[in-house]
Design a protein around this ligand. Sequence first.
Ligand code: ADP
Length: 602
Amino acid sequence: MSPDTQATEPPAHPGDPAPPMSAGPSRDALELIAEGVTDLAGFGIAAISVVRDDGKLELIAIAGDDEAAQTVRGRRTPVASLMKELEKADDWGLLKFIPHERLDLGTGEEAWGWVPDPTSLVPSDAADAWHPLDMLVAPLYDDTGKLRGTLAMDLPLDGRRPGAQQREVLQTYAEQAGRAVVTALEREALGEQVRLAEAARAIVRAASAQLSMDRILADSQQALVEGFEAQGMWLQTFDEDGQGTRAIYSSDGTKVELPAELVTVAETSARRAWSLQRVEIVSRDRPFGPTITAEQGDGILGFLASIGITSILFTPLGAGPECLGNLVLTRAAGQRDWTDHEAAAALDIGHDLGRAILNARTFEREHHLVEELQALDTYKSQLIATVSHELKNPLTAITGHLEMLEGAPDLSGTVQASLRAMDRGARRLAKVIDDLLLLSKVGDPHYPIITVPVDVRRTLEEVLDLSSVAAARKGLTFVTEAPDTPIVASGDPDELHRVLANLISNAVKYTADGRTVTLTLMHTDDGVVFRCADQGIGISEGDRAKLFQEFFRSTNPQAVAEPGTGLGLTIVKRIVGRHGGRIEVSSELGRGSTFTVTVPAA
Ligand code: ADP
């Protein structure tokens, strides 16, 4: 009968404290030891189990009878049941023997223990005959005297209880099994730490793509604490002057008030640790590393003890040569010491978080700048609107008086010429002011657009009527390509009128005498399309990039020769934009330009 090979527990299931020990060198060693017991010590079956955190023995290596092995592998027995039986055992050194007459296998739910098929094994009449319910087991302890596993055997090939010589062989296997089990469990624990720290690292790395420190912390805090099996953590970032008081984030949301001298120690240590590319473990159980003095270390430990922390993993955060903060992972009494692997993983995380701090800083700076620029833009728009209003009234007075004077009798030729010049100047001024007022109106988010169905064929006819005089003066021909049926857009009639008027007046202005300007209207899947194609001077690639900027006028002398404010296309673009449409331009210098506007259909 074997204590490890009974059927009270199902095999490990998800949620068990430890995952099944993976196959590998440790497991192989245990299998070999079990095989030694069956092949060389003469038992039909041998099994090795390990103690799990939940107080159960899990069978992880078995040799011998294949059928039995299949049924018992992975089974779990309460350690307590075994210990109770061991009290009644004969002490054979490392081996303990419980004859069947003393063994209590329980009944019903409580039943445990594995019994070989009784028909296959009939005990002989000899005094030292092995009974199918006899139990022979070696409890395996580590150096601290803690039970870590068992080696159990059953079905002696000679059908007898082991004699002195056989016990000696078994004793050797029990010693080996003890060492192998401890090693296997340590390996397993280390593998688990590696897995956890790597998982934490992956999460921190993903979180580092966030642009605010608060978000980065919110996303990675839990992973850091769990991944490092820490009690808590806090993180300090240095400000742009390198001062370490900017922010301390703590995993439980409380603010960590470090004594002033410790803030200084943390800063200087972080910088030194970053330049050495190492982490610092501060704990009573080890000497202090090179980044802190013994006196500082004692001070730190004293403070940590006052808040219930026994050791910390102190990690510098940085990017390139610059140290940008520090991460402190904490452990309390009863928690294990930090491993080398955890130290290495923490240093990697220091790089990831360092880069994240730098990103967050840059983003914050950009954010401020954008806000400043937006404020400046608002100020500029308000200034333009106010100044334009203020200019409009005196200008109205000027043009009114000019008209009066022009009607006066007996004006000399010189005076008439001066009055005409003043009139032209006043008109240009009025145009600039009107454009500025319109520009600030269509750029104002508080001035909403009210859309109605607009038949743009009618709008085009109106604009062409108004432009016909200027076109006729240059001998230009307008060609219109539009369907006979209405083309109805959704928009503000005056603003759409302005779009067509500006584009057509530019085409007329920047096209040489005698050429053609082609105007197209059509429906597409995107909406209503208006296209204005001229055979004019064209626009260079460099100019095209700035075409829609306020006050932009071409560098082309032929274009500058024409009067203009440089506001027409800016107004067009803003109107199209607030209609939810778009404008495109294609052009070739010396050959002409085509502007295409798309706005939503009604
Ligand atoms: P303005 O015509 O009052 O100068 P716009 O904003 O309407 O201002 O146009 C900006 C500049 O773009 C013009 O100065 C001109 O150089 C160029 N431009 C606009 N339309 C055309 C066109 N159809 N052909 C050539 N250049 C043009």
